[in-house]
Ligand binder design. Structure first.
Ligand code: TXA
Ligand code: MG
Length: 315
């Protein structure tokens, strides 16, 4: 029988406990500034396999490896000039870089699902950084939700989906960004945007001094992009002018609604609220209508997640 999931406070004793569990090969959910991740030692194949099992995830989905700093990242991937520019500008932060795997990397092959590239990220969250330092190794971590469900932005969301399927959750309150990291592919001649996320692509383009090409989706490069990946259980209708029938309305900007992403019409605030509000509306058991959200800045990533939430279900 599985032991109950420990809820661990993010104080020094808690960080040490979480690091010890990871070292034993156990699964520990951890806060990052984007969403909570379901962490395991990226070098330990059994621990990584346990992530897929706990999430019920299709096994071809490669995972992001979290490291303490760019120097640690360079142990696992072949670095290049684009990586240097983006890492100096945005790490630690909500940016994931996909780079060619380096020989002798020592990571479980399950982490990359057999690809010859690796997604790496240096998170900015103080508890994630403290845990990476205490553990002293690479932590593989997808978002800490059952496969096909909304990403968790609080420890309560993690427990709602994965209670007693994982050893522990390190609880440090709500995530500030609330959207997954932006993913940039650096394995081709030009940088490619693989997933819109918490770092607006305008900021990336400013640092790169050029436009980012957007992966066309012809190839499943980031399989997490499955259309219905972020689906709540309830039906979701987008660009609603108001609610129809018993729909619960998720608003944006000043309006009459059940929950508002941002009454002030602030996209950063809306991103931070997005998954929490979807969780809360989903719990009401009514269909969900969502008001128009502008598509500039973080709005692009918010609308991407909303379209996935509204897509016809694949499972
Ligand atoms: O903010 C985040 O990125 C969160 C926190 C926990 O770091 N993590 C997260 O992980 O969103 P996950 O597993 O839910 O999404 C990872 C995405 C998937 O779409 C996956 O396909 C893509 O990264 N990915 C991972 N490795 C890749 C690779 N080598 N090439 C292309 N895409 C990759
Ligand atoms: Mg995810």
């Amino acid at each position: 029988m599985k032991k109950p999931t420990e809820v661990i406070k993010a104080d020094p004793a808690g960080i040490a406990r979480a690091a010890a569990l990871l070292a034993e090969g156990a699964l520990v959910a951890l806060p990052t500034e984007t969403v909570y991740g379901l962490g395991a030692d990226a070098r330990n194949g059994r621990a990584v396999a346990a992530i897929y099992a706990a999430k019920g995830r299709p096994s071809f989905n490669p995972l992001i490896v979290h490291v303490a700093d760019a120097e640690a990242a360079r142990r696992y991937v072949a670095w290049n000039d684009w990586a240097e520019i983006l890492a100096s500008a945005f790490w630690p932060g909500p940016l994931t870089l996909v780079l060619p795997l380096r020989e002798g990397h020592g990571l479980s092959s399950l982490v990359t699902a057999g690809l010859d590239s690796l997604a790496v990220r240096v998170p900015a969250h103080p508890a994630a950084r403290a845990l990476l330092r205490a553990f002293g190794g690479p932590i593989a971590a997808p978002s800490a939700n059952p496969s096909g469900r909304i990403s968790p932005t609080t420890a309560e969301h993690v427990l709602a989906g994965l209670k007693d399927k994982i050893a522990a959750v390190l609880d440090d309150g709500p995530c500030t960004v609330g959207l997954e990291s932006t993913i940039v592919g650096l394995t081709c001649a030009q940088p490619e945007l693989l997933r819109a996320g918490g770092l607006p692509h305008e900021a990336l383009e400013a640092a790169l001094g050029q436009k980012l090409s957007i992966a066309d989706g012809a190839e499943v490069i980031a399989p997490g992009q499955l259309a219905s990946h972020y689906a709540p259980a309830a039906r979701v209708r987008l660009n609603a002018k108001g609610s129809v029938g018993d729909e619960a309305l998720l608003g944006f900007g000043p309006m009459d609604c059940d929950l508002n992403l941002s009454e002030r019409g602030d996209l950063t605030e809306a991103a931070a609220n997005l998954f929490d509000h979807l969780h809360r509306l989903d719990a009401m058991g009514r269909p969900i209508a969502v008001a128009v959200v502008p598509d500039n800045g973080l709005g692009a990533a918010i609308n991407d997640r909303l379209r996935r939430a509204a897509a016809p279900r694949e499972e």
